[in-house]
Design a protein around this ligand. Structure first.
Ligand SMILES: C[S@@+](CC[C@H](N)C(=O)[O-])C[C@H]1O[C@@H](n2cnc3c(N)ncnc32)[C@H](O)[C@@H]1O
Length: 374
């Protein structure tokens, strides 16, 4: 059963179009100027496209979504799905498979390297023993029984992150190229928004909430090299991997790593110009997303920018995922329905943000940006 699910999922995962980007939301305007669509190796990805629905039919409270929920709730089936889901990501063997190992992500080598390193010493210096984890964070997640609180999850986080870009841009000739498009469009959307609405405030301080093993933090630090960047995450395992990697990188301002909860960071009010949440919210229940957005508002200075990038409910590719694939995905992502149901733009407005804009920055993901008013 697991093998069948894995094989079918592998075939389905190959789907994906890159068409002209579209902004979404009532007050959105089209912004395509800085979108990276030219691929380095000469492949010609199309531009992102919206589907015809508000959100995928397999999400939310539709009969289809409830059926998938019932299948996942059946424990023996859930166990098989969990295995299959992992298999699809790591080592599917179908010819056109675009997932990790077939896309030249050296998944097992990267994992081994972390597990056999001195990361365990870094861990001791980074974890806050007094931190109280939110309840949602203590559940099994991403096919790991201990969720993000384990060494295996931490060691596999970077290859898993790399596979996000490859899945978003299956036409890309390499992982690097896919990352340049996915991360490049996200960074350009941030820069463009900040330039337009910050009233000429420079980006001096950046907070990357849910930084995981630091991939997004490093991209932000490289895009804004004169800024001081802080990466914050609930997983001390992930942070240890991030900090260990950062030790080998030389840059103008060293990244600081904080073990904390993005809903209550304990960081001073009005102390950041940019708060980023990259691929965090689909992993959180709606109440936590609201908490994260409110806390971002508190720590941002007037004119500061919040940016949130994650799965777009309007993505045509996501709306057209195969039943096998969305079932597998939902089996290891317990909060997807809540994420897709939440009106993120409205949540930002409710928190006090203005100039809320949403743009499809690749075929699967939207980047939502907004400003703290002066
Ligand atoms: C998919 S990862 C983020 C990847 C990373 N931002 C990037 O773009 O490479 C999601 C992260 O959010 C973190 N997270 C979830 N809830 C959080 C919270 N309330 N506060 C801080 N981090 C949280 C998880 O520990 C996990 O590392």
């Amino acid at each position: 059963m697991a093998a069948i699910l894995a094989r079918a999922g592998a075939a389905a995962i190959a789907a994906g179009n890159l068409r002209r980007p579209q902004e979404t939301g009532n007050d959105s305007r089209r912004r395509t100027r800085n979108l990276v669509v030219a691929a380095v190796t000469g492949t010609r990805p199309e531009v992102p496209q919206e589907g015809s629905l508000e959100r995928p039919a397999w999400s939310g409270e539709t009969p289809l979504s409830r059926l998938v929920g019932a299948l996942i709730a059946f424990k023996p089936l859930y166990f098989l799905m969990k295995l299959a889901s992992r298999e699809v990501i790591i080592s599917c063997s179908m010819r056109r498979c675009r997932t990790a190992e077939k896309s030249n992500i050296p998944w097992r080598e990267m994992t081994k390297q972390v597990l056999e390193s001195d990361v365990y010493e870094v861990f001791e210096s980074i974890r806050d023993l007094n931190l109280v984890y939110p309840d949602y964070y203590l559940n099994p997640f991403h096919a790991y029984d201990e969720g993000n609180l384990s060494w295996l999850a931490a060691a596999e986080a970077e290859p898993a992150t790399m596979s996000i870009a490859k899945r978003a841009i299956p036409e890309a000739g390499s992982i690097d190229e896919a990352n340049q498009i996915v991360r490049g469009n996200w960074l350009n959307a941030i820069e463009e928004h900040h330039l337009k609405y910050s009233g000429n405030c420079q980006i001096n301080d950046i907070l990357d909430v849910g930084c995981s093993v630091g991939v997004s933090t490093r991209y932000l630090a490289e895009k804004f090299p004169s800024a001081k960047a802080v990466g914050l995450d609930l997983s001390p395992y992930f942070l240890a991997v991030a900090a260990q990697k950062e030790e080998k990188i030389s840059r103008q301002n060293r990244i600081r790593w904080v073990h904390g909860n993005g809903e209550a960071t304990g960081l001073p009010s009005k102390s950041f110009d940019l708060v980023s949440l990259a691929y965090v919210c689909h992993e959180c229940p709606a109440r936590a997303i609201t908490g994260l957005v409110n806390e971002a508002f508190r720590v941002l200075r007037p004119g500061g920018t919040i940016t949130l990038t994650d799965n777009s409910p309007k993505s045509k590719v996501l709306q057209e995922l195969s039943p096998v694939l969305f079932t597998l995905m939902k089996s290891t992502e317990p909060f997807l329905d809540e994420y897709y149901m939440l009106d993120l733009e409205e949540t930002m407005r409710q928190a006090g943000f203005v100039n809320v804009h949403s743009i499809l920055t690749d075929p699967r993901h939207r980047t939502v940006t907004a400003t703290v008013p002066f």
